[in-house]
Design a protein around this ligand. Sequence first.
Ligand code: GTQ
Ligand code: FE2
Length: 359
Amino acid sequence: MNHAAATPEEQEKLDAMYARMGELNLIPLWTQRENLMPDVPAPAATANRWDWQELIGIAQTAGDLVPVGRGGERRAIALANPGLSGNAFIAPTLWAAIQYLGPGETAPEHRHSQNAFRFVIEGEGVWTVVNGDPVAMRRGDFLVTAGWNFHGHHNDSGKPMAWLDGLDIPFQQQMDTAFFEEGTERVTDEATPALSRGERLWCHPGLRPLAFPGAQSSSPIPCYRWEHTDAALDDQLALEDEGFAGTVSPGHAAIRFTNPTTGGDVMTTLRTEFHRLRPAASTTPVHEVGNRVLQVFEGTATVTVADQTFTVATGDVVNVPSWQAWSVATDDGVDLFSFTDAPIFEALHLYRTYQQKGI
Ligand code: GTQ
Ligand code: FE2
């Protein structure tokens, strides 16, 4: 609103009014409209890239210097968005961290309302135990730890292991929905079976155990194994070669990890996907409501977010703030893991997407 026309007396009254508003804890919309109600989303978060070799290096140092256990709970180092004022958030809704467990180390059992997943870029030897069910973590695996399930991790091998955690910590912190409970001092089940009980029950394609009818809010599949993800993407590209439908766009295979009891997302706040681009393939720039995080699993690419372009290789992480157009291009081919907060906004009918015309 324009106060230029105010007379000296009016200006005096206006100044007094604003001062009184401050004392009464009142803020007028007319000084805040573009901040509170922008024409299109205007995120404070900025696009950023984190280098995996640097992450691994710092995690190893933390592994040497910082014990893991009760209180701190996890040796996890958050990727903090430079636009979010020193908060440990990669996005206003999303947490991403590198977690590190040395040989023989255990991260004690706990549970929390936050939804979590793990994605393994490299290595093996850690078991995550979810409600007493030990789940082996290996390269390329995607593991679900939905909110309020007890979980602890133990490294049963002689080598350290690091992986990427994704959670909805910032969303739950800002919404004041967070609860946390320590588990027993039993720590974790030290059993190390190749396949968890959850996988033996739920991981036969299209075959549902009749003992567990009905929709579940989170996926009962504890781990989506790399060999299945890899084969699904390979088959999409092979079908494209044979002239059949399968890829989302030329040279771009993609899958979403889903909850077999609903066909929807693995958790209520988190959507997770895997993308494979053939050599010389690219994606069309797209705007989406909400936040996306990409991690290179293998290969190299350039990720363009609005007017910034990031060169990425194995393990590197890039985030896409809300409504900033993003696309990926690769010369030699690339495999990408990706997660978003889209389920939150779809559930609230706030989700929008807009695909730019192909270049
Ligand atoms: O592994 O349980 O990165 O509770 C943050 C919070 C990991 C975990 C994180 C957690 C965990
Ligand atoms: Fe946890």
